[in-house]
Ligand binder design. Structure first.
Ligand code: AMP
Ligand code: MG
Length: 407
């Protein structure tokens, strides 16, 4: 048996980065960038107007007031999209709309609200003094040419997609999705929707695993229930090992006399890196590899397998797909938290903010079979081994479930 930290380090050490592929902009959301994105031009690309109004020479507007306006001669017009090849001279102005290039000779824009308006005319009354650069978005004031816009390893969200588009880029290189094979094993398992019979239970772990894998950014290549029979397991696993970056099993790795999974892994040439971890829940966790494929055998108990996935498989998926490894926060306990003398203890729980402090409390349901402890939880709380239970006021680590909010 090894401790939790060592187990996690072994997993991360064995996890290799997947290769990358180029995707069109519409497919980038949620992916991890495998390249830097640089600006191929400054932003703004040219001096342009921040307002709808009139481009002027600010010195011509000196002294302008509502009751003693300055009158300028209207000599042209530029709208957004125009090349802006016009110029103004002393005592002149030009219509200039938001986003339009600034005419030569002008140094500022007077917004239309500070004038007597558009109309079809040759003269414009200016009611307010302007000053150099007023309402002008200067070339390069936001971003310089060749500036690093988005670093490799960033997660692509609408902000990154918008930025990529704004620089005219229509594809980018991202890490490919991990291919995940899932299987649940147990003669007791029945699929939701089928009638239940005495002694059987509905399979829930497969659904949790597949949802977690997708949320981590992976894709599912196989997802099956396999009977506790060596032959069925052998057939499934030999295919899964060939087609997957990660194989994740639920059940069948404990000490039961039907727990064949581990021996079949070995038979198929999987190198075992560890089998048991000093943690509660989820002690019988198997981790091995064959070539670059990683194999996780998680226990069947629903809380053990859910927490085992989040604590050990999730970080591996993050690393494999180029993502940064999620960090835990420290919260102040509002309720006692059980500790184990020689095991890392995990429980679903709740983190909330109160008077600027991060408070947290474990679920009152502590059994590893009690999946409902994950309902109304937004985190997994984590205490290192130690002699006594933690008390209110003590600090405890919390992994926020990335799809939940702290409220
Ligand atoms: P095992 O790890 O196979 O010894 O299973 C431990 C416990 O988890 C047993 O009570 C199983 O019935 C239960 N279990 C195993 N697989 C699943 C599953 N896919 N969904 C829900 N419960 C399961
Ligand atoms: Mg079983």
């Amino acid at each position: 048996m090894i401790d939790f930290k060592t187990a996690k380090n072994i997993i991360l050490e064995k996890t290799t980065l997947l290769n990358s592929k180029t995707l069109g902009i519409k497919k980038l959301n949620g992916r991890i960038l495998a390249q830097n994105i640089r600006a191929s031009f400054p932003m703004p690309r040219f001096d342009n107007s921040a307002m709808d109004g009139f481009a002027v020479r600010s010195e011509d507007t000196l002294g302008a007031k509502k009751n003693s306006p300055v009158t300028l001669k209207l000599v042209g017009s530029v709208a957004a999209g125009d090349s802006g090849n016009i110029s103004i001279g002393e005592g002149e102005c030009a219509l200039c709309m938001t986003g339009a290039p600034i005419p030569k000779g002008a140094d500022s824009v007077v917004m239309v609200e500070d004038t007597d308006g558009y109309g079809s005319k040759t003269k414009v009354k200016i009611f307010n003094e302007s000053f150099p650069l007023k309402h002008i978005r200067k070339k390069g004031e936001e971003i310089q040419d060749n500036e690093l816009l988005i670093k490799a390893r960033s997660k692509i969200s609408p902000s990154e997609i918008g930025t990529i588009a704004a620089y005219g880029i229509k594809k980018a290189r991202v890490f490919r999705k991990a291919r995940v094979s899932l299987f649940a094993t147990g003669d007791e398992l029945i699929s939701p929707g089928k009638p239940i019979v005495p002694g059987k239970i509905y399979n829930s772990n497969s659904f949790v695993f597949s949802e977690l894998s997708l949320r981590a950014g992976a894709k599912i290549v196989r997802d099956e229930i396999i009977k506790d029979r060596p032959n069925s397991l052998r057939r499934f696993l030999s295919n899964a090992l060939k087609e997957s970056d990660i194989v994740i099993t639920s059940g069948g790795v404990s000490m039961g006399n039907h727990d064949y999974v581990r021996s079949i892994f070995m038979e198929l040439g999987v190198d075992e890196h560890f089998w048991k971890v000093a943690q509660k829940p989820g002690k019988p966790i198997f981790f091995g590899s064959k070539g670059e494929t990683l194999i996780f055998g998680l226990p069947g108990n629903p809380v053990s397998s859910y927490i085992g996935f989040m604590e050990l498989v999730w970080p591996s998926l993050e690393k494999m797909m180029g993502n940064s490894i999620g960090k835990k926060i420290l919260g102040v306990l509002a309720k006692p938290f059980p500790r184990e003398i020689d095991k890392t203890r995990f429980l679903f729980g709740k983190v909330w903010l109160e008077d600027g402090k991060v408070l947290c409390a474990p679920s009152i349901k502590v059994g590893s079979h009690m999946l409902s402890s994950s309902l109304n939880s937004n985190c997994i709380l984590h205490s290192d081994p130690g002699p006594n239970d933690l008390q209110p006021g003590d600090l405890v680590k919390a992994r926020i479930l990335p799809w939940k909010l702290i409220q």
